[in-house]
Design a protein around this ligand. Sequence first.
Ligand code: AMP
Length: 297
Amino acid sequence: MKLVDSIQRMATLSKMVRKEGKTIGFVPTMGYLHDGHMSLVKAAKKHTDFVVMSIFVNPIQFGPSEDFEKYPRDLKRDEELARAAGVDVIFYPSAKDMYPPGYSTYINVERLTDRLCGASRSGHFRGVTTVVAKLFNIVRPDVAYFGQKDAQQAIVIKKMVQDLNMDVEIKVMPIVRESDGLAMSSRNVYLSEDERKSALSIYEALRKAEGMVASGEIDSKKIIRAIKDVISQKASIKIDYVSIVDTKELEDLPEIKSEALIAVAAYVGKTRLIDNVIVRLSPKILPDSEKKPGVRR
Ligand code: AMP
């Protein structure tokens, strides 16, 4: 496994790999790796010939009062995990190379980024799309892998790729959870033992919502109420949002008609966690207008 910190060297290496006729799979991360990241690597290894992982804590996607400084970093540990997983290159550029003095170009995906996490993290997605576009230009991947854990991010990136005619396929992989259900996140290390226990209520609430939908509830207000009721039982959690939206435009859905993203963001103590589930109505409770003969859901 190679460790590359130079943008130029990474770009040259990618060019050589492509010249050999190999496909490049790309896994962008902020490091402090866990099994969620590794599931993306596994998928990349399965479907592409050469796997590049970037590790870059991107300053421009953090707000001034957010955790950029204290975000967990451990390149040695990440290096071992990546090597064991069969990553071919870790690309870890510096912030000063990515954003040299005078840097002035940003990418903004409109509409999709003003809701959910975008409403409380102003400028966050502008930072994400900008860095991902830069990384795509440097690494030139055939396929890039993202996690469903950051559902809005994946949708925003797909939109950017489509709108800007970028020549890369975006694959979104399922959320990897701890054995008790907590969604894996580098930020989980911030949680105290008690906070870690309280944080579980986020997934419990989402499971409850899934159960409601499975038994025929389609009224988003009622489902959102039920989610909030479960989470609010924990005094240390402050809900940022609970939303039920469609999976393309992220518009609020008053009723679940076919597929919906149920997304939660909440502060557990000072740590902001996100989680989500995608629900699909089974045919028997699908309103008649949504039923398609011969289509199984
Ligand atoms: P991060 O390092 O947190 O920026 O995440 C890098 C990539 O890993 C993003 O595409 C995330 O959506 C994905 N990811 C993070 N946590 C998980 C998880 N628990 N399961 C699956 N993918 C994840």
